[in-house]
Every structure is written in structure tokens, then in C-alpha cells.
Design a protein around this ligand. Structure first.
Ligand SMILES: Cc1cc2nc3c(=O)[nH]c(=O)nc-3n(C[C@H](O)[C@H](O)[C@H](O)COP(=O)(O)O)c2cc1C
Length: 175
């Protein structure tokens, strides 16, 4: 079985991490996964912020009331940003980079999870994007898609069994 098929079969969202840091070689490979991601017309509209400062990880974990708390325990998190003035399909380009990062993390024996930021609220008065823009001094034209939290897994989850996949979502030749 190819390594990629194995990754696809076994990857799960991991939200609990051990205290052990991610090493420099792993960080280099994660970085390459981001920067090798394909983009529409090769425009590379993305920018990535790697956060490994514990105090900052704590703060970004508060980006939303629900669904981002796990980032406080991550060894490292990548803020996935896209320049909407560079590409009208920055969301697609950033999503591909983000999932490439998650698959690479799994391949390196690390766990990861996506925290949605675009279209999500920090509180009644501020979007999650605005909260992070201020915290991390992100320029106005940069949109923030998501944050991928990564670390050494402290929980085990089996891959989704093949027989439980929603096969009725696949249509042949017509819907
Ligand atoms: C676009 C997108 C947004 C997501 N947002 C969050 C989130 O904000 N917080 C979170 O804990 N998980 C988030 N997830 C992870 C999903 O909850 C998870 O992928 C899904 O439940 C399937 O589980 P699995 O990844 O273990 O197969 C998101 C995943 C995607 C693809």
C-alpha cells in the first residue's frame, strides 16, 4: 500500500497533545508541505504564521468561544492566511495548504486539528479574524482561513472504517 493511501486511511483530528516539542527536522518538513502546495495560476497567495510561544498559543486558543481551546496544548500552530487581493480563490489555495500540512503531520507521527477562523466570531463584538489580526499584527488585506494545531499525539483514534464511509455520496455519470 502506498504511504499516501495509508495516511488517508489512518488520519484523524487530534486535539490532545503531549508536552514534548516538535523537532527542527519535523518543522522543516511541515514547512515544505505548506510551501509545496499547489495554487491557482501559481500565485501562492498564502502567508503562514508559525506560533510556538506558549503565551501566544494560549491567546490564539481563545480566538473562538468553541472549537479552538485545543490550540493551547499544541506544540506549534500555523495560522493560515491568504491575500484576497492576490487571488480570488485564496480560500481554495489556503485549504489545500492546510490539509497538506495535516497529512504531512500525520506522516511524521504527529497529530493535528483544524480550527476554523473565517466566518467565525470571537465574541458578540469581534470576529475571530479581527481578534487574531490585532493579536498577531496581520495586515488588513490578509484574510485568515484557519489555524492548524500540531503536536505529539496524546490520544489515539482509529481511522474511519471503510465500511462506515458514506458511499452514497459518490454518483456515477449523473447525480
Ligand atoms: C473546514 C473545517 C473546519 C473545522 N473546524 C474545526 C474547529 O473549529 N474546531 C475543531 O476542533 N475541529 C474542527 N475541524 C475538524 C473536524 O471537526 C473533523 O475533521 C471532523 O469532525 C472529522 O473528524 P476526523 O478529522 O477525525 O476525521 C474542522 C475541519 C474542517 C475540514
Amino acid at each position: 500500500m502506498s504511504n499516501m493511501i495509508d495516511i488517508l486511511q489512518k488520519r484523524r483530528s487530534i486535539r490532545l497533545f503531549s508536552d514534548k516539542p516538535v523537532d527542527a527536522k519535523q518543522l522543516e518538513k511541515l514547512q515544505q508541505a505548506l510551501l509545496r502546495a499547489p495554487t491557482s495560476r501559481g500565485k501562492n497567495p498564502w502567508q503562514f504564521i508559525r506560533v510556538d510561544d506558549r503565551n501566544l498559543l494560549e491567546k490564539i486558543s481563545m480566538a473562538k468561544a468553541h472549537g479552538s481551546a485545543f490550540l493551547a496544548g499544541a506544540a506549534v500552530a500555523y495560522i493560515i492566511c491568504g491575500d484576497e487581493t492576490v487571488s480570488d480563490v485564496w480560500i481554495e489555495d489556503c485549504s489545500i495548504a492546510a490539509i497538506s500540512l495535516q497529512y504531512a503531520a500525520h506522516d511524521l507521527g504527529l497529530g493535528s486539528c483544524w480550527a476554523q477562523i473565517r466566518l467565525r466570531e470571537h465574541n458578540d463584538n469581534q470576529s475571530a479574524e479581527e481578534y487574531l489580526r490585532t493579536l498577531l499584527t496581520i495586515p488588513e488585506q490578509m484574510r485568515i482561513l484557519s489555524i492548524i494545531g500540531i503536536g505529539r499525539p496524546a490520544e489515539e483514534k482509529p481511522g474511519h472504517p471503510a465500511e462506515q464511509l458514506p458511499k452514497d455520496r459518490i454518483h456515477i455519470n449523473s447525480y
